[in-house]
Write a protein that binds this ligand. Structure first.
Ligand code: PQQ
Length: 279
């Protein structure tokens, strides 16, 4: 099935809700000291997380509206490579923190998804992301060096690594729950990119095809663990706050892109400079 066909069967997009709800739900749980039943915790995570998800960011809205220049699209791909390449490292940290072989067996699939398998015979997400970068005419060595990423991108990615390394394993796992929403983001982004940017084709976007089944598989696993492990009101609040912290990390990366590449004259010294006259 083509990527486009897969996406036409994608899930409906929920309406965003006020972010005030997201900000207070963890506090309310802590204050009330009432343990939510698993289904209510799941609903709270979904509602609070989606309200703060990067799908609502102005940079994503510009992208989906077909309003990014090619240089801005390149900046997005180059910066997001930093995130993509850090994902298997943060998953290795999470693996290393568990004593449970069953947990590790399931979680290590995430590393294979990004690093590839069978001596790289099966491409992983990192290689597929580079294919996207190549399709956007970026120099791959420049992308892989990560040297030209924005300072805030590097700080945001570092914050994700620090979060999973320094918190409880519950918080580390809960922080991955933005994956509940990534199929919605991909479902909007891919058809928009194919329709609105002449230089982008399905081959360039092949990164996203496996994500449409990997992300729901991973999110369901993480959600079942979080709803089981969060067995006190404080742990439930910790899980919600972890998801919101991760939303902030994703949001900060897009803030950085918007500030550097949409505002004229704001590219930080040393960061990627789009070639002139690219539209
Ligand atoms: O395209 C997106 O909007 C998007 C979002 C996210 C996310 O929400 O964290 C991930 C991805 N993609 C993705 O491709 C991916 O591999 C991934 C791993 C993780 C994670 O936190 O473990 N998030 C995401």
């Amino acid at each position: 099935m083509t990527l486009q066909a897969t996406l036409t069967r994608a899930m409906p997009v929920p309406e965003p809700i006020g972010s005030g709800v997201a900000a207070t739900v963890a506090d309310d749980i802590r204050k009330a000291g009432r343990l939510l039943p698993p289904k209510e915790l799941e609903d709270a995570l979904r509602t609070a997380g989606f309200a703060r998800y990067h799908i609502h960011h102005p940079f994503h809205k510009l992208m989906n509206a077909g309003e990014l220049t090619k240089g801005q699209m390149q900046a997005w791909a180059l910066n997001r490579y930093c995130y993509q390449s850090a994902i298997p490292k943060k998953d290795a940290i999470i693996l290393s923190r568990s004593e449970d072989p069953e947990f590790r067996r399931e979680w290590r699939k995430r590393i294979a998804d990004h690093d590839g398998e069978d001596g790289a015979a099966i491409d992983g997400g990192i290689k597929r992301w580079l294919k996207l970068a190549e399709g956007l005419d970026l120099d791959l060595q420049m992308v892989q060096s990560r040297r030209y990423a924005l300072p805030a991108t590097r700080f945001a990615v570092g914050a994700y690594i620090d979060l999973v390394a320094s918190s409880s394993i519950l918080v580390a796992v809960a922080s991955s729950l933005t994956e509940l929403f990534s199929p919605i983001a991909i479902g909007e982004r891919v058809p928009a990119m194919l329709a609105r940017y002449a230089y982008i084709n399905e081959d360039t976007l092949s990164y996203f095809t496996p994500r449409l089944h990997q992300a729901p598989r991973d999110a369901e696993h993480a959600l079942s663990l979080v709803t089981r492990w969060a067995d006190t009101p404080d742990k439930q609040a910790d899980a919600i706050e972890a998801l919101l912290a991760k939303c902030d990390i994703l949001w900060a990366m897009l803030d950085a892109l918007h500030s550097a590449y949409v505002t004229p004259g704001a590219i930080p010294p040393g960061a990627f400079i789009p070639p002139p006259l690219q539209e």
